[in-house]
Write a protein that binds this ligand. Sequence first.
Ligand code: NAI
Length: 270
Amino acid sequence: MSYNLLKGKKGIIFGALDENSIAWKTAERIHEEGGTFVLTNAPVAMRLGQIKDLAAKTGSEIIPADATSEEDLDNLVAKSMEILGGKIDFVLHAIGMSINVRKGRSYTDEKYDFTTKGWDVSALSFHKVLQSLYKADAMREWGSIVALTYMAAQRVFPDYNDMADNKAYLESVARSFGYFFGKEKNVRVNTISQSPTPTTAGQGVKGFDGFISYAEKMSPLGNATALECADYTVTLFSDLTRKVTMQNLFHDGGFSNTGVSQEVIERFTE
Ligand code: NAI
């Protein structure tokens, strides 16, 4: 169902790789709500992904950018304003990747070159995106910026590995930069802490199937899907949440506040 919540709003969407990506579903929902946007992803992901299909479907242009490159980001921000014909109302950062996870290195056996690269991609890139937008004065007043995170930033999930530290950093950047963006530009900056979701990045986590079923059984409302995350992001990009900023917002069916559920207890009393 469409409510025209984003009619006339313009934005940039990072991280749509394939149709399972949270950013992909968000792009589709934003399009339905009347928003227009530029799609961006790392040049290598463009070759692997199906982003062209999404661009055609939503009438969007694609600008490649490695989110760790300040030069790429400055170019992306300038070109997006040209294409969209003015300042930016919304930005979605949906980027994550741990090289330690990919290479099978555990948290107690990190290779620090991998750690640094994964942190740059998953966490520092958010600061770089914000700084590039800030310096170019690219955000329209009452605009909104969202990044995606996971609860391993607050609680231990052993196989989430160094991504837990990356997410803690990402959430801190949202708060710190949110202060300056709020004070000086009346722009919101928030993170959404999403349930486990079957995407390329999600399924890279060891034991993901167990992880997602456990969360499903623990959450009173069940896991939030990628489409539901897209819906929530639409509300944060809309004018209905103008005073929500510097928050880490749990979108997890109640998982984060549940100690144990009846279903999980029953598994242990069988
Ligand atoms: P995905 O694999 O579809 O998206 C990750 C994206 O990051 C890809 O499009 C990839 O190309 C992009 N990326 C990687 N390196 C990049 C770089 N250097 N520059 C620009 N883009 C780069 O997976 P998903 O799950 O949609 O991930 C989106 C966000 O949601 C991530 O931040 C992830 O950590 C977060 N998240 C995912 C959850 C899950 O269970 N899938 C749960 C909670 C948060």
